[in-house]
Design a protein around this ligand. Structure first.
Ligand code: FES
Ligand SMILES: [Fe+2]
Length: 301
């Protein structure tokens, strides 16, 4: 059936399905850096099966996770540097998706041809980002992440989790500052301020800001949505001086679709700290999970 024969209802369903699997032509975090070592890893992101591996020079590579011979998962095969060898009959596919060797036969026509999709990759602040382009937008767009993830004066910890919801609910949750005073109202960070607010939406250079009118710096009072090659969320929670270095605790978040009913969330918990304060904060954060910061970690949803 050609596209012309699709009814408006069917078209809407296709659009809904596409959106539920993730908006294309964007970068997404697909794994924390610690999740990719020597052994290839098989993951699903935006409904696509992907084989990810790291070569000895530390570079991360990602190709579609299907052998061009008979469809075995390439992620079950062997890491051979900038290529993977299929575990079933040994075909070797490189980081660009080219078939480099077909050891089981002489003169295989597949040899030297591109058979697998390859994903542009960037590794930033402890996470691996992949670009998901469609057929018309194969070349990756620039990725400009918030200062909190790339500038020296910030220090961060990345926390990830699998949430059993469509990624749109995850974004909806983080874009909803009003739930802080209720759902997290018994925490030491979000017990303060008004429980009633009028919300306003304001455009920014890269997206928009959703915030409470007349209250800021008291509770979880605003969330920013940014579109800078990736869709990110930013919020700040004021922290009292007796439970940390003072000032805001900033969270930079992403929700990466896995399939229509599951996503992986990435939350960088960021402090603007330098010198010995930075060292102390990082030490405390890692070694005292039961302290106030740990309590907060357990509560943030
Ligand atoms: S299925 Fe991979 S080489 Fe045969
Ligand atoms: Fe929450």
């Amino acid at each position: 059936m050609s596209d012309k024969n699709i009814s408006p209802e069917e078209f809407d369903k296709l659009v809904e399905k596409r959106i539920n699997l993730g908006v294309k032509n964007l970068w997404y975090p697909i794994l924390p850096s610690w999740g990719v070592k020597n052994k290839p890893v098989g993951i699903t992101r935006l409904g696509e099966k992907i084989a990810v591996w790291r070569s000895v020079d530390g570079q991360v590579h990602a190709i579609s996770d299907s052998c061009p011979h008979r469809g075995a998962r390439m992620s079950l095969g062997w890491n051979k540097g900038d290529k993977l060898a299929c575990w079933y009959h040994g075909i070797e596919v490189d980081k660009d998706g080219m078939v480099i060797d077909v050891p089981a036969v002489d003169h295989c026509p597949m040899k030297g041809t591109k058979q697998n999709h390859s994903y542009p990759i960037k590794e930033i602040d402890g996470a691996i980002f992949a670009y998901f382009g469609d057929e018309l937008n194969v070349e990756p767009i620039p990725l400009e992440l918030p200062d909190e993830l790339i500038k020296e004066e910030y220090s961060s910890f990345l926390c990830t989790a699998i949430w059993k919801v469509n990624y749109r609910y995850a974004i909806d949750n983080v874009m909803d500052p009003m739930h802080g005073a209720f759902l997290h109202g018994d925490s030491h960070t979000m017990a303060w301020g008004e429980k009633k607010a009028k919300m306003k939406l304001e455009k920014t250079d890269t997206g928009w800001m959703f915030e409470k009118e007349g209250q800021t710096g008291v509770n979880f009072d605003w969330t920013e949505f940014g579109n800078t090659g990736a869709h990110w969320l930013k919020l700040a929670i004021p922290y009292r001086k007796n439970v940390g270095p003072g000032g805001n605790f900033t969270i930079i978040g992403f929700a990466t679709p896995i399939d229509e009913t599951t996503c992986q969330v990435y939350f960088w918990r960021v402090r603007k700290v330098e010198g010995w304060v930075k060292d102390l904060w990082r030490f405390m954060y890692k070694t005292e999970p039961k302290d106030a910061i740990g309590m907060y970690l357990n509560r943030i949803g």
